[in-house]
Design a protein around this ligand. Sequence first.
Ligand code: ADP
Length: 162
Amino acid sequence: MNKIIFPGSFDPITNGHVDLIKRASIIFDEITIVVIDCSKKKTLINNSERVQLIEQVIESENLKGVSVDTTKMMISKYCRENNNYLILRGLRNTSDLSFEHNMNMHNVILEPKIETICLLAKQENFHISSSAVREIYFFNGTVDHLVPKQVANKLKELNETL
Ligand code: ADP
């Protein structure tokens, strides 16, 4: 049984993430999406709601072998505690590559068993990032074409409570 973790902030989960998860689920038997709960970072959507949204997306997309977890731990420690040393990441461009290269160096120093597996983003998702979604949302633009419908609905709900 080959298993991998997909760590990130997922603030919020986007169509780019979902595509990556779908493609990885063809290769791996088990994918655990790990939502990093970093209390120092101010997020648009709180941690438990980010987890809930991912659960809803997994269900509506009928993604088999995909689950979600959350942690406050550093990823190298999470890998050790869960005996799962494969990390999935996505590459949209050379900036992502430099970032992942650097991150992998840190991870491997902390936990030499870690291997990072990167999948290249699909061309139609190159421009999609959680930060772009947040930026467009803050300026009241529509993000419906960038995120799963559950996220789009959540953002509309948040907007109404502002
Ligand atoms: P971070 O951990 O930097 O906040 P995210 O949570 O947004 O990053 O993303 C987690 C992973 O998903 C990263 O490896 C990122 O490169 C990847 N990713 C983000 N957006 C896309 C996309 N549109 N297509 C493919 N991979 C993506």
